[in-house]
Ligand binder design. Sequence first.
Ligand code: TMP
Length: 210
Amino acid sequence: MTKGLFITVEGPEGAGKSTILSELYQQLKQDGLDVVQTREPGGISIAEQIRKVILNTDNTEMDMRTEALLYAAARRQHLVEKVIPALNEGKVVICDRFIDSSLAYQGNARGIGMEEVMNINQFAIEDRMPDLTLYFDIDPEEGLKRIAKHNGREVNRLDLESMDFHTRVWDGYQKLIKQYPDRIQVIDASKSKEAVLADAYEIVTGYLNK
Ligand code: TMP
């Protein structure tokens, strides 16, 4: 058994999770916790290289199962190279996206099926599910509007999908919330940045002090 705590952060596009995650990381560090902030796909060199292939807007031919396998491959390498060693050292790992993204995006939105995507991911994660997941809930239309306003952000291949696709992503997350009510904690991401950060901090510290 690992000693640390594995926290993942999830949500549709434009939920603002990456900004909040950086501030949450700073707060937890100030509290004296040994925290690692990382992301998927990426977080280490091999997975960042896979990220470039998956998200490249030129790769329009990519088959949806290839896409699912590439996310799972990046996940595997990141898990064994970075996440598990940090957990074994007793650290708190906060990861921007993990398996729920594959279940919502590839499983539900692409239509491969959530169970099928879970099966290929089992090969990659060998049962290493997150201890706690913060789900930043935002109406998909509102989320895409926020991205459009956010000029500096890179536009990736998945951002270019239709509104229907992003609605199916949101719908996939709703199914996951029902399936994993203990693990997934829902945060209303339509609130102010300060309020969302306060909610995230309260959930994490509440979990740590349990
Ligand atoms: P990001 O914008 O949060 O960095 O995530 C990159 C994109 O990859 C985002 O559109 C969500 C998508 N994604 C999946 O479709 N499946 C996955 O398993 C992961 C981790 C991300």
